[in-house]
Design a protein around this ligand. Structure first.
Ligand SMILES: C[S@@+](CC[C@H](N)C(=O)[O-])C[C@H]1O[C@@H](n2cnc3c(N)ncnc32)[C@H](O)[C@@H]1O
Length: 289
């Protein structure tokens, strides 16, 4: 069994697959200014607080909208400073039933510093009627898979997706689409299209990444996380290479840190709540062991 991770001064975690994982108990704006040099980060995968009154331990998620967007703008500008020119900034955010502009208001704020290169739809749950898909052999009946928070209202639909906005500095960052490709359903396509490379097609911008089924609320120690597979796919899509450095300014319980460790990518992250940082160390230990 590998040695348990130790949490060292300045947040450096030892014993991981990555050359380094640095987790700072610190406000991200101060942290980025103090610890990260210009043009040094390859890929940012993050999800900021959505300002929807969630119960985080330390952060108050209820700012007036303008104040919230001004703060998001400052974080975006700081990310621009630290990101390399060919870097990728994946920003995950969702809406509320009563506030369908929230995600787009945030994206529009970031737009002042970045180009929106791709919009990815993170699909948490999907329903497929057999009659709509014809002869697909793998779909033998109507199916509904994945989890979502049900909306109790006759006005709004259950919200089964969130956005991942892929921002880059100039809109021309080359991606590595191969690792996130999926096999063709109709294998005749492999011969039909000249550009086809084996039995894999571009996954497109709808990513079905369900939450794990949990039995008890205690299994979710944070009110708003994304599955580790989400940052893993973003980092793979940006392209794995030697000495890659990933960052998450809003660590939460560290899904991007765990994905980075899994991929052997160096990582820097910030979180203002000590309890969440402690949880990251527990999750990293169990991921490694
Ligand atoms: C949406 S959650 C991120 C969850 C994360 N993606 C995960 O999967 O665990 C946002 C996090 O940002 C933290 N936060 C809020 N303000 C912050 C700040 N100024 N600097 C760093 N972290 C902050 C909150 O405590 C919260 O844990």
């Amino acid at each position: 069994m590998e040695k348990p991770l130790s949490y060292l001064p300045f947040g450096i975690i030892k014993g991981t697959r990555s050359s380094y994982l640095k987790l700072y108990l610190k406000d991200c704006l101060t942290g980025m200014k103090d610890f990260i040099k210009d043009d040094t980060i390859d890929v940012v995968v993050t999800s900021p607080p959505y300002n929807i009154g969630l119960n985080y331990n330390s952060y108050k998620d209820t700012l007036p909208r303008k104040e919230y967007l001004d703060w998001i703008k400052m974080v975006g500008t700081e990310i621009k400073r630290v990101l390399k020119n060919d870097g990728s900034f994946f920003l995950n955010i969702g809406n509320r039933p009563k506030d369908q502009w929230l995600a787009w208001d945030v994206a529009n704020t970031i737009r002042e510093d970045f180009t929106l290169q791709n919009v990815i739809h993170w699909v948490k749950s999907i329903a497929i009627n057999k009659q709509d898909v014809g002869n697909y052999q793998n779909v033998i009946d109507d199916i509904a898979v994945g989890h979502f928070k049900p909306v109790v209202s006759n006005r709004f639909l259950n919200d089964c997706h969130e956005y991942i906005f892929h921002f880059t500095k100039e809109g021309n960052t080359a991606l590595d689409k191969l690792p996130v490709r999926i096999p063709y359903q109709d294998k005749t396509n492999i011969r039909r299209w000249k550009s086809t490379k084996g039995d894999k097609r571009d996954r497109g911008n709808t990513w079905f990444i369900p939450y794990k089924t949990i039995q008890k609320r205690a299994e979710r120690p944070h009110p708003s996380t994304f599955p580790v597979k989400l940052p893993e796919m973003c980092i793979r899509l940006h392209g794995l290479k030697q000495d890659l450095v990933a960052m998450d300014p809003f660590l939460g319980i560290g899904s991007t840190a765990i994905a980075s460790n899994k991929l052997g990518v160096s990582f820097i992250g910030f979180e203002i709540d000590k309890g969440y940082i402690d949880e990251i160390v527990i999750r990293l230990n169990s991921a490694i062991n």
